[in-house]
Design a protein around this ligand. Structure first.
Ligand SMILES: *Cc1c(COP(=O)(O)O)cnc(C)c1O
Length: 414
C-alpha cells in the first residue's frame, strides 16, 4: 500500500519550499502535532519557546559550529566512489557521516540539543535508546558539556546491544534498564517521557530522531540539515552541478531529513528514501512504515505507522537495529503524500550485499542502516546510467560486526 496522494499536493509543496512547515500548531500538512498527555504540554511549550529564542541566534550557532568543527569532525568528507560507480554505471558520491565522532550522524543532533539544554538551564539530560547509537551519542555530548545523563533502554535491547551499554557507561552515563511493556525502544521512550514530566524544569529530554511531538521533528531536522547543506556545497565545488538524486535510509528519518532538506527546492533533484524491507512484505516482516503503514498516532505525533487492523502497533523486523522502528517522522509522511520524495524498500539480503560491495570496492565498511541506502542507490544507478547520485552514508559498520559475523562471514564455531 502506498501513501495516498493529497489532492492539494502542489499547494503543500509550495508551502513546504516557502518554509511554512511546521506551522504554528506544529504540523506538516496533516501530519505532526502534539498528541501527548496534558502534563507534558507546558514542557513542550517551554522547549518550543527555547528553540525559537536560541536555535538560530548567532551566538548559539557559533557555539554549535565550534563543537561541530573541533569535536564532531565537521565538515565530513564527500567521497567519490570510483570503483562502485564503474560497477553500477552511475556516479556515486558519498556524504561521509560515518566519519563523524561516535561513527554516525546522530552526534549532530545530540551535541546540538545538549548545548540547547545548557542554554535552557537544564541540570540533567534524559534520553532513550533502542540500538544504543543515540544513547552513545547523547552520553558523549553530555560528557563533553559536563551534563549528567540518564539513558533509558529496554532490558531486551540491553542484552542485544551490550557493547553500546558499556560505551555509554564509560562515557559517564547512567543506563537504566526498562523492564515494562515490550522491554524495547517503545517502553524506553515511555520511561524517558515519565522522567521528564516528573521534573520538567531541571530535566531536558534529548530525543534522537525527527519523531515525537512538536517541536522535536523540527528541532532535529534543523540540527541534521547540516548534512545536506555541506553536501550541496561540496557537490557544487567538486562537480559544478547538483546531484541528479539524493538517496538516504529512513528509520525515524533524521539522517534522510538532514540530507534532503537543502535540496527540497531543487525541483530537478530526485530524492529517494529507503526503508527496511526486512524479510518481505508481510506484517511483522519489515520496518517499512511508508510502504506498508497507515496513518495513526505514535509517540506524540500523527504520522504513518505499522499497525494491524485494530490499530495495534506491529512488531517490526530488520537486520539493522537502527531502522527497526514502527513509526516515521511526520515530515516524511508529508513528503511521501505530496510525492516530493519517493520511498522504496531494500531487504535484509540486499543490504548485506551492499555492505560487501562498498567494503570491497571502496574500503569503507558501512553501517547496516546505511547499506539500505546503498542498495537503493544500486537500483537507481541501473535505471539511470551515467547520472550522478549523492548517498548519505549515515554511519560506519564496526558496530554491526556481530551481525556481520553471523551473516556474511558465516556462523562462528563455538
Ligand atoms: C540510528 C541510525 C539510523 C536511523 O535513524 P534515522 O533517524 O532514520 O537517521 C541510520 N543510520 C545509522 C548509522 C544510525 O545509527
Amino acid at each position: 500500500m502506498s501513501t495516498p496522494a493529497l489532492p492539494e499536493a502542489s499547494r503543500l509543496l509550495a508551502e513546504l519550499i516557502a518554509g511554512c512547515f511546521p506551522d504554528a500548531r506544529g504540523r506538516f500538512g496533516p501530519f505532526g502535532g502534539r498528541y501527548v498527555p496534558e502534563t507534558l504540554i507546558p514542557a513542550l511549550e517551554r522547549l518550543e519557546r527555547g528553540v525559537r529564542e536560541h536555535l538560530h541566534e548567532p551566538d548559539f550557532q557559533a557555539q554549535l559550529t565550534e563543537q561541530l568543527t573541533s569535536w564532531v569532525g565537521r565538515p565530513t568528507a564527500l567521497t567519490f566512489a570510483a570503483r562502485l560507480s564503474a560497477r553500477w554505471g552511475a556516479k556515486l558520491w558519498l556524504k561521509r557521516e560515518d566519519l563523524a565522532h561516535t561513527g554516525a550522524h546522530k552526534i549532530n543532533n545530540a551535541i546540538g540539543q545538549a548545548l540547547l539544554a545548557q542554554r535552557l538551564g537544564a541540570r540533567r539530560i534524559v534520553a532513550e535508546t533502542g540500538a544504543g547509537q543515540h544513547g552513545v551519542a547523547s552520553a558523549a555530548a553530555c560528557a563533553r558539556l559536563g551534563l549528567p545523563c540518564t539513558v533509558y533502554m529496554g532490558s531486551i535491547d540491553m542484552e542485544r546491544q551490550a557493547p553500546n551499554v558499556g560505551r555509554m557507561r564509560l562515557l559517564g552515563a547512567e543506563v537504566v534498564p526498562v523492564t515494562s511493556g515490550d522491554r524495547t525502544l517503545r517502553a524506553a521512550i515511555d520511561e524517558a517521557l515519565r522522567a521528564w514530566v516528573s521534573d520538567p524544569r531541571a530535566t531536558y529530554y534529548l530525543l534522537g530522531s525527527v519523531v515525537g511531538p512538536h517541536p522535536y521533528p523540527y528541532l532535529v531536522r534543523e540540527l541534521q540539515s547540516v548534512i545536506g547543506r555541506e553536501a550541496r556545497a561540496q557537490m557544487l565545488a567538486a562537480t559544478g552541478a547538483l546531484p541528479d538524486a539524493v538517496i538516504a535510509c529512513v528509520g525515524g528519518g533524521s539522517n534522510s531529513m538532514g540530507a534532503f532538506h537543502a535540496f527540497i527546492a531543487d525541483a530537478a533533484v530526485e530524492m529517494i528514501g529507503v526503508e527496511a524491507g526486512g524479510r518481505g512484505a508481510g506484517l511483522g516482516e519489515n520496518a517499512a512504515t511508508l510502504a506498508f503503514g497507515r496513518p495513526g498516532v505514535l509517540h506524540g505525533a500523527y504520522s504513518m505507522l505499522l499497525q494491524n487492523e485494530d490499530g495495534q502497533i506491529r512488531e517490526t523486523h530488520s537486520v539493522s537495529a537502527g531502522l527497526d522502528y514502527p513509526g516515521v517522522g511526520p515530515e516524511h509522511a508529508l513528503l511521501a503524500a505530496i510525492g516530493r520524495v519517493h520511498y522504496q524498500t531494500a531487504g535484509d539480503a540486499e543490504a548485506l550485499a551492499a555492505v560487501r560491495a562498498l567494503s570491497e570496492c571502496e574500503g569503507i565498511l558501512p553501517a547496516l542502516e546505511s547499506a539500505h541506502a546503498l542498495a537503493g542507490a544500486e537500483c537507481w544507478a541501473r535505471a539511470n546510467p551515467g547520472r550522478s547520485m549523492l548517498v548519505c552514508l549515515s554511519g560506519r559498520g564496526d558496530k554491526d560486526m556481530s551481525t556481520l559475523q553471523q551473516t556474511l562471514l558465516g556462523p562462528q564455531p563455538s
